[in-house]
Write a protein that binds this ligand. Structure first.
Ligand SMILES: [Zn+2]
Length: 675
C-alpha cells in the first residue's frame, strides 16, 4: 500500500488527508522523502552543465516537495495535538533534519554553483525577484559558513553543534527548575485571591496528586498570585523563587551555559568575519546594526523610566497607607498596581466576557479584512487535523485566495501560546499555488451548548494571529522562499501587531461585541473603559522589557563577558534600573536568547515592529478613516503581498513615504507626555 503522505491528495483544496494518515506513516514517509531530497540535491550538484539560474536556483527552490508533504502535516500535529509517539518521532527527526540542513547549507559544490551565478548576475537577464532570490540564497550560504575551508570549516561545524546541545540543555534545566518548586497554600494563605486563582491553585495540587492548594511557577498562576495576594511575606518567597529559575546551583544551573553560549557565538561570528555576534545577527534584520537597536531602546527607555519612577512613588504611598514602611520591592509592584488599576479603571473582567464571544470576534476579524481588502470567507467541511478545527475558503471577486483554518481551543497535547503557520505557502514556480494558513490559539473551551467567551486579551491575540494569516494569504510572488511571512524577524510582527489596532476601532466592537444571552451591544462606557485600560502600567511593562532587550544586545556586542551575571548588573546600573522593577527575563531563564538562536541579540524585535505598527496605523488615522481604501491598497501592494521581495526598510518606505519614528509608539503606550 502506498504511504498516504506521499500519494496524491484528492481532498478539498489538496489539504493533507488527515483521516487517512496514521502516526505509523510518518517515519517511513520521512525516510523516503529524505532520500528523494538527497537525490534531488545530487542532481543539482552533479550536473555536468554549467550552472544556470534554472538548473541551480529554481531547482533548489523546487527541491524537497516530498519532505514538505510529510513534514507540514507532521509539525502541525506535533504542535496542536502531541502525544508520546509524536514526541518520539520529533526527537528522531530533529538531528536528521539538522544534518540535512548542513548538507545543503555547507555544501561546497552547491555553493560554487551559486557563487558562479552571483558573479555574473548582471548578464543573466534576471527579473528583480530572481535577483533578490539569488542574493538571499547566496547570503544564506555565506552566513552558514559555506565559504570557509579546512580547520575553520570544521571548527564552525563543531561550534554550531555544541551550541545546539547546550541550547537544549538550557531549556531542560529551566523546565526542571520550574517543575521542582512549589509551595502549599493553607486556607488562610488564600485570603484575597479571586476565585479563578484559587481554582488554579487547587488544580495544581490535584495535578501533583495532593490535597489542598499549591502555588507553582507556572506563569498563569504565579503572576495572578503576585497581583492579588495581600500576604507580603508569601509574595516575597514566591517572587524570589520565580526569578531564581536557572540560578539555583547544582545540575540545573544555567549560568555557566550562558557564559559558554556567549563565548561560542562570538567565536562563530569571528570565524565568519564579523566583529561580534550582534553585528552578524543584525546584518539581515531591518535594524542592520547594534547602534540602530541601541538608539531605539534608549529613546524608549527614558520616558518609560520617568513614568515608572512616578508610578513607583504612587505605589509606595499606597503601601505606606497600608501600614507597611520602607521601600517598595519587586514583589510589591504587581499587587499595588492591581489595586490602583481597580480603583482608577473600575474594570470588571467578568462583566466584559459575555460580550466577547469567540464566533463574533472571528466575524469581526473577517469583517475588517472584507472592508480593507475585499476578502470573503465561506466555511467548508473537510477532514481536518482535529474536530475542533474549522476551515474557510477565502475568495476575492470570486477567485480562490487561500484556505484559512482556525483551531482555537486549548487541549492537552497542544503547545501553549498562540501562533500562525502555513501548511502550504504561496508560490507560482511549481504551479499557481495558494496558501493554506492556520491560526492556533489556546482559548478555554466552553461547556457543551454554551458559547465560547474571550477576555479582551484573547480577542487581541485572535486579531494578532489573523494579521499574520493575512500576510500569508495576500502573498503574491513567484518564489516560495520569499513569500508570505519570509521576512526579517524585526519586520514580521508588523502585519500582526498592526491588525490589533482594528480591534480598538470603536465601531468594530460596537457592532461585534454583543452579549451572549441578551444580544445587546456592549454599553458605551464599558467599551470606553476597556479600551482606555490598554495603556495602564506601561511604564513598568516597557522598563522590564527594554532592560531585557538591552542586556541581550550588550551581551552580544564586543567581547563576550566571562561573567554574564556581573555584566548584567553593570548594564542595568548604567541604565539606572528602577529598584522595584527587574528584567522581564533575567539571564539564567532568558530562553528567547539562550534556548536557541532565534531571538539572540534580537529580543528588541517586538519593539522594533511596534514602532512600525503604531506609525503604520497612523497612516489610516491621517486619512481620516480606519478603513481607508487607498491606504489599505498601499499596505497590500507594498507590504502584505510582497513577502521578502525587498529589504524591509524599502518596503516600509514605499508604503509610508518615510521610515517611522518612535513618537507613535510612545503615544500608543501613553508615554508621550511624561515629565
Ligand atoms: Zn506574532
Amino acid at each position: 500500500m502506498t504511504n498516504p503522505l506521499l500519494a496524491d491528495w484528492n481532498t478539498p483544496f489538496g489539504l493533507p488527508p488527515f483521516a487517512d494518515i496514521s502516526d505509523d506513516d510518518f517515519a517511513p514517509g520521512f525516510d523516503a522523502a529524505l532520500d528523494e531530497a538527497r537525490a534531488e540535491l545530487a542532481t543539482i550538484t552533479d550536473n555536468a552543465d554549467a550552472p544556470t539560474f534554472e538548473n541551480t536556483i529554481d531547482a533548489l527552490e523546487l527541491m524537497g516537495e516530498a519532505m514538505h508533504k510529510v513534514l507540514a502535516p507532521f509539525y502541525m500535529l506535533a504542535g496542536v495535538d502531541s502525544n508520546p509517539a509524536r514526541e518520539a518521532l520529533q526527537r528522531g527527526f530533529s538531528p536528521k533534519l539538522a544534518a540535512w540542513g548542513s548538507e545543503v547549507s555547507m555544501n561546497p559544490k552547491l555553493f560554487a554553483r551559486v557563487e558562479t551565478l552571483w558573479n555574473k548576475r548582471d548578464d543573466l537577464n534576471l527579473t528583480a525577484e530572481q535577483l533578490r532570490v539569488l542574493e538571499l540564497t547566496r547570503r544564506g550560504f555565506v552566513r552558514a559558513g559555506a565559504q570557509l575551508e579546512g580547520a575553520d570549516f570544521d571548527r564552525l561545524k563543531e561550534v554550531k553543534e555544541r551550541l545546539a546541545v547546550i541550547g537544549t540543555q538550557f531549556t531542560q534545566n529551566l523546565l526542571a527548575d520550574e517543575r521542582g518548586w512549589s509551595m502549599p497554600l493553607s486556607e488562610e494563605d488564600l485570603e484575597g485571591l479571586p476565585d479563578f486563582v484559587v481554582a488554579t491553585a487547587r488544580a495544581a495540587a490535584d495535578a501533583a496528586g495532593e490535597d489542598g492548594y499549591l502555588l507553582t511557577l507556572s506563569r498563569s498562576l504565579i503572576v495572578p498570585f503576585l497581583q492579588f495576594s495581600p500576604r507580603r511575606d508569601l509574595r516575597e518567597v514566591a517572587y524570589e523563587a520565580w526569578v531564581a529559575r536557572g540560578a539555583n546551583g547544582g545540575d540545573t544551573d544555567n549560568r555557566a551555559i550562558a557564559a559558554e553560549t556567549l563565548k561560542l557565538r562570538e567565536e562563530r561570528a569571528k570565524l565568519l568575519g564579523y566583529k561580534d555576534f550582534a553585528s552578524y545577527k543584525l546584518e539581515t534584520e531591518m535594524a542592520k546594526t547594534p547602534d540602530a537597536v541601541r538608539d531605539l531602546l534608549t529613546q524608549v527607555w527614558h520616558p518609560a523610566k520617568a513614568q515608572a519612577d512616578l508610578d513607583a512613588q504612587k505605589l509606595t504611598e499606597m503601601m505606606h497607607a497600608d501600614g507597611i514602611n520602607g521601600d517598595l520591592e519587586a514583589w510589591d509592584w504587581r499587587y499595588y498596581s492591581e489595586k490602583r488599576r481597580a480603583a482608577e479603571h473600575d474594570l470588571d473582567e467578568a462583566a466584559i466576557k459575555p460580550y466577547l464571544q469567540l464566533d463574533r470576534m472571528i466575524e469581526a476579524a473577517f469583517d475588517c479584512a472584507t472592508r480593507l481588502f475585499g476578502l470573503q470567507f465561506a466555511p467548508f467541511t473537510a477532514d481536518l487535523h482535529h474536530p475542533d478545527a474549522r476551515a474557510w475558503d477565502v475568495t476575492r471577486d470570486g477567485k480562490h485566495i487561500a484556505v484559512f483554518i482556525g483551531d482555537y481551543f486549548a487541549r492537552g497535547g497542544k503547545r501553549s501560546g498562540a501562533w500562525c503557520s502555513a501548511m502550504q505557502s504561496q508560490q507560482k514556480l511549481r504551479a499557481d499555488i495558494r496558501p493554506h494558513v492556520i491560526n492556533v490559539c489556546n482559548f478555554a473551551k466552553p461547556a457543551k451548548g454554551s458559547p465560547a467567551l474571550l477576555s479582551y486579551d484573547d480577542a487581541r491575540t485572535l486579531f494578532h494571529e489573523f494579521g499574520h494569516a493575512l500576510h500569508q494569504m495576500l502573498s503574491d510572488v513567484t518564489y516560495e522562499s520569499i513569500s508570505g511571512t519570509s521576512v526579517a524577524r524585526d519586520f514580521v510582527e508588523l502585519p500582526s501587531q498592526l491588525y490589533e489596532h482594528w480591534l480598538e476601532v470603536p465601531e468594530v466592537l460596537q457592532k461585534f461585541a454583543t452579549h451572549a444571552e441578551t444580544g445587546e451591544p456592549m454599553p458605551a462606557d464599558m467599551l470606553k473603559r476597556m479600551l482606555d485600560a490598554g495603556t495602564y502600567d506601561q511604564g513598568f511593562s516597557t522598563v522590564e522589557y527594554v532592560a531585557s532587550a538591552m542586556v541581550d544586545l550588550e551581551f552580544h556586542s564586543g567581547d563576550a563577558p566571562a561573567d554574564p551575571m556581573a555584566r548584567q548588573s553593570e548594564i542595568l546600573d548604567a541604565m539606572g534600573m528602577p529598584p522595584a522593577i527587574r528584567m522581564r527575563h533575567a539571564t539564567p531563564h532568558f530562553a528567547h536568547v539562550f534556548a536557541g538562536d532565534g531571538y539572540s541579540s534580537a529580543y528588541y524585535s517586538y519593539m522594533w515592529s511596534e514602532v512600525m505598527d503604531a506609525d503604520a496605523f497612523e497612516a489610516f488615522e491621517d486619512a481620516g478613516d480606519a478603513f481607508d481604501g487607498a491606504t489599505a491598497q498601499k499596505l497590500e501592494t507594498h507590504i502584505l503581498s510582497v513577502g521578502g521581495l525587498r529589504e524591509a526598510d524599502e518596503l516600509y518606505t514605499e508604503f509610508r513615504g518615510r521610515l517611522p519614528g518612535v513618537e507613535a509608539l510612545l503615544k500608543g503606550r501613553g508615554l508621550d507626555n511624561v515629565a
